[in-house]
Structure formats: structure tokens, C-alpha cells
Write a protein of this length. Structure first.
Length: 256
């Protein structure tokens, strides 16, 4: 029985928050999910779920795209049904939000360390890494999280949305994580079209809601998620928020 993790990202170029999130499950779980998710889309006449479109509004506050003309009740029921599909099929959420401002406030050496820099033997200094790209930290933490859910004797394969702008970037980072963490049961990473690979639509929903929660936390300081994100994450799923204290704690690893 295979084990697959479907991931998406949000905020790669956002100046405040960067998120990588998605769901991990066995092939049996994903089969059940796909049948029920497809049924929900069919029932409401939706071709493909994109959270940005679903939650988008025109200047008058009306829904847009294929949701144009929907009432708030209809939209609420549809979202509840999608979350219900995830609750029933029960894939495990894994995700990480990075406070971009706090990340960039670290020293260049700390950021280099957190984003995969390696020590040069002759100079004794860190080289490489991606000092301006917090995505690397979110991707690494979420990948490690998800891998820990893998059943014994299985490898976790990863699937990301087929966004040409970032495909090479994501694959490169995954391969670095895999090489530096040989103890983790990491398999392969591929990209797929979210229109036909329905678990990627669930990952898109998770990413959107996690991004909005992280933005709200940044604005208000609240640490408690509200619905619908609370309904999505449940009690057993993991979602990490890396701000200044956590990033500084992780950066201490370079002193070891």
C-alpha cells in the first residue's frame, strides 16, 4: 500500500507570510477521498476547486468565477461538504507557516544555515543556502513532518501542483532534504495537474486557509485558529507557525 503526500504553497513572494501545507495518506485513503471529493464537485457543478477563486469576491462582495451567483448559504454548505470529505477520508494535515519578516531579521549566516547552507572545509564558513527565501524552511519542515506519518516499511512519495515557475525549485529543495536526512523514509517527488489530481485541490484549500490564519495571527496576535481552518486541522493534524522565537531556536543548531 503506497503512501503519498500532496503539497501546495502560498505566499512564496509575499512579504509577510510563506506557507507550505498539504495532506498525507495511504492509497486506500486517497481512493476514498477522490471518489467523495469528485462527488461533491459534481453535486455543485464545480469543475475544479481553487480556493483563491472560491473565497474571492468582486467589488460588490459577490462571489466570482464559477461560483458567481451563489448565495452565502450555498457556498457555506459546499465548503462544509468538502471539509466533511476530508474528515471522513481522514488524511493527515502537515504544514508550516513562516513569518517572513522574522526570518529576514535573522543574520545572513543564520538564514544560510536554516535554508540548507553547508560548511566549506577550508574556510570553515557556511556557503550556499537561500538567505532571502523562507520557502526553503517551510518546505523542509513540512516534508519532515509528513515523512514521520509514513507507515513502517513504506516510503513517502510527494506530489506538488504543476506550477512551471516553481517546479524546478521545489524538486531541487526536496532532493537536498532527502540527501541530508537519509534516516527519513522519503521516496520520490513529482508534479501533477490539480484538475485531474484531486488531492492537490485539498492541499490548495489547506494552504489557503493556513495562509489566512497566519496573516490573522500576524495582525491580531491570536494563536487560536477559527473555522473553517479549525474544522480542517482537527486535533491530531500538525500545523507549525515559525516566528522569531522558534526561528532563533532553530538557528542555534549552527552553534552545535
Amino acid at each position: 500500500m503506497s503512501f503519498t503526500v500532496y503539497l501546495d504553497e502560498s505566499g512564496i513572494t509575499d512579504p509577510q507570510i510563506c506557507v507550505v501545507a498539504g495532506f498525507a495518506a495511504t492509497s486506500l485513503c486517497w481512493s476514498m477521498f477522490t471518489e467523495e471529493w469528485r462527488g461533491a464537485l459534481s453535486e455543485y457543478g464545480v469543475g475544479e476547486f481553487h480556493a483563491q477563486v472560491f473565497f474571492g469576491r468582486d467589488p460588490k462582495g459577490h462571489m466570482v468565477g464559477e461560483y458567481k451567483g451563489w448565495s452565502q448559504d450555498k457556498a457555506g454548505n459546499f465548503l462544509k461538504q468538502l471539509i466533511g470529505v476530508l474528515t471522513t477520508s481522514n488524511p493527515t494535515l502537515a504544514g508550516t507557516a513562516i513569518n517572513v519578516v522574522d526570518f529576514l531579521a535573522l543574520s545572513a549566516e543564520q538564514r544560510r544555515f536554516l535554508t540548507g547552507g553547508s560548511y566549506h572545509v577550508r574556510s570553515g564558513k557556511l556557503r550556499g543556502g537561500a538567505t532571502k527565501t523562507p520557502f526553503h524552511v517551510a518546505m523542509q519542515n513540512t516534508t519532515i513532518q509528513a515523512a514521520k506519518f509514513t507507515p513502517t516499511s513504506e516510503l513517502a512519495d510527494f506530489v506538488c501542483d504543476d506550477q512551471r515557475q516553481y517546479c524546478k525549485y521545489v524538486i531541487e529543495r526536496f532532493n537536498i532534504i532527502k540527501a541530508r536526512n537519509p534516516q527519513l523514509p522519503l521516496g520520490h517527488i513529482t508534479h501533477a495537474d490539480s484538475k485531474t489530481t484531486l488531492p492537490l485541490q485539498a492541499a490548495d484549500l489547506a494552504c489557503y486557509l493556513a495562509f489566512q490564519f497566519a496573516k490573522q495571527r500576524l495582525r491580531t496576535g491570536t494563536m487560536e485558529p477559527a473555522s473553517p481552518f479549525l474544522d480542517l486541522i482537527g486535533n491530531e493534524n500538525r500545523f507549525d507557525y515559525f516566528d522569531k522565537p522558534i526561528l532563533q531556536h532553530l538557528a542555534k543548531g549552527m552553534e552545535a
